[in-house]
Design a protein around this ligand. Structure first.
Ligand code: G3I
Length: 371
């Protein structure tokens, strides 16, 4: 593995594209020059991870590793509608502010996730969202939340998981309370309101299920590209696409040419790309840990190489840093009930082969050309 020199890091950091919010680390701000973020910086990208508030205070060892490995964090939940806007007239930023305070103290940038989603919707919102009230409810939420964090976030996932061709709506849009209340223009409204409130935060449309050469994922990629083209044609102020990258180590339909063509098609529209929620589930693999770790790492690398080959990819965040905690153990339980091993560090916070895969992918990627 290529060793990273301080010069490479400083040069890479200066080339960062995402809205000059991530200055190159200096010796005083980085615990070490060996973490994944420094490998990413050497090519003008960043590396980060999702954290949840329980970890922030209850697991000092975990947070020390976050500081060592990352340059950016995102909240797993505390910026979402059900957490920050629990009743119609009440905003609750305590958890989110807690994360912001700790991140700033550890010289970590923060990306916002997410303003509009069909999940994490409090009951009052599901009841009150209507064609008559919907636009006011949506714009009040976005203005208040984005203003609260104004000038402090690198990105906002403005809308999350809006595509679902299986719902058979025009344009392959997901049937959601937002689409029912406002029609497709809820997406335009969300981006326009976010842009007007904090023009400095990169505005991202975040999506999953675009990773494999499978018929339904091909349809989803096509619908996403069509949506992006129509948003651009209407001058909707979208700036980037988030690829969640919730991968499956047992999935054999990983076609690097398909992936590279897909990200290049996004880039050709002048849109940046962020890998927003990388993890690799191993619930369909045999129990043996050594072979699981090898398979997870190989799969992550096979996906990362064709994606990071596109110079419009700004960086990568994993959805958690350590196997100590992953949503995958709730969503995709292993038949043998063993905990999954989807992330760069194991449950004892030791680097795994997936860590090597990420570091090597950053080293192999072409440098981002300065904006
Ligand atoms: O904070 C409350 C706590 O006060 C309460 O006691 C507890 C029990 O009800 O719930 C806590 O909130 C939970 C939150 O996670 C924080 O732990 C929510 O109920 C729970 O729904 C939430 O789950 C998150 C989920 O999104 C829904 O927001 C998961 O941690 C998070 O991993 C998952 O992340 C999503 C991305 O946003 C979008 N892409 C898919 C990804 C995985 O589903």
């Amino acid at each position: 593995m290529t060793s990273i020199t301080r010069r490479m890091v400083i040069a890479g950091g200066a080339a960062l594209l995402s809205h000059d919010v991530a200055a190159a680390p200096t010796a005083s701000t980085s615990a070490s020059f060996s973490g994944l973020h420094t490998y990413a910086l050497s090519k003008g990208m960043f590396f980060g991870t999702a954290v949840d508030n329980a970890l922030l205070h209850n697991d000092a060892a975990y947070m020390a590793k976050v500081s060592e490995e990352c340059g950016m964090v995102v909240a797993e939940a505390s910026f979402k509608w059900d957490q920050v806007h629990p009743t119609p007239d009440k905003f609750a930023f305590e958890q989110a502010d807690d994360l912001m305070t700790l991140a700033v103290r550890r010289h970590l940038r923060v990306r916002g996730h997410t303003l509009v989603w069909h999940e994490a919707m409090p009951d009052w919102l599901l009841k009150e969202l209507s064609p008559a009230e919907g636009e006011d409810i949506l714009t009040k939420h976005i203005r208040t939340v984005v203003q609260h964090f104004r000038n402090r976030l690198t990105h906002w996932d403005v809308v999350n998981e809006v595509i679902n061709p299986e719902d058979n709506n025009p344009g392959g849009l997901r049937t959601s309370p937002w689409l029912k209340a406002l029609g497709p223009r809820y997406i335009d409204i969300a981006f326009e309101t976010c842009a007007a409130t904090d023009p400095g935060a990169l505005r991202v449309l975040n999506e999953y299920g675009t990773d494999y050469a499978l018929p339904w994922e091909e349809k989803k990629r096509g619908a996403l590209l069509d949506l992006l083209a129509s948003l651009k044609a209407r001058n909707v102020p979208i700036q980037a696409v988030g690829l969640q990258a919730h991968l499956d180590a047992s999935q054999v339909a990983l076609d690097q040419k398909v992936l590279n063509n897909f990200v290049n098609s996004i880039a050709a529209m002048g849109l940046s790309i962020v890998v927003t929620e990388l993890d690799v589930r191993d619930n369909n693999l045999p129990a043996d840990i050594a072979s699981r770790d090898i398979a997870v790492a190989a799969h992550a690398r096979a996906w990362l190489d064709p994606v990071l080959a596109c110079p419009m990819v700004l960086g990568v965040l994993s959805w958690g840093l350590s196997d100590r905690r992953s949503w995958l153990n709730d969503m995709y339980k292993r038949a043998d009930s063993l905990p999954q091993r989807p992330l760069p560090l194991d449950a004892d916070l030791r680097r795994k082969k997936m860590w090597d895969a990420l570091a090597d992918a950053f080293v192999s990627a072409p440098p981002r050309t300065p904006a």
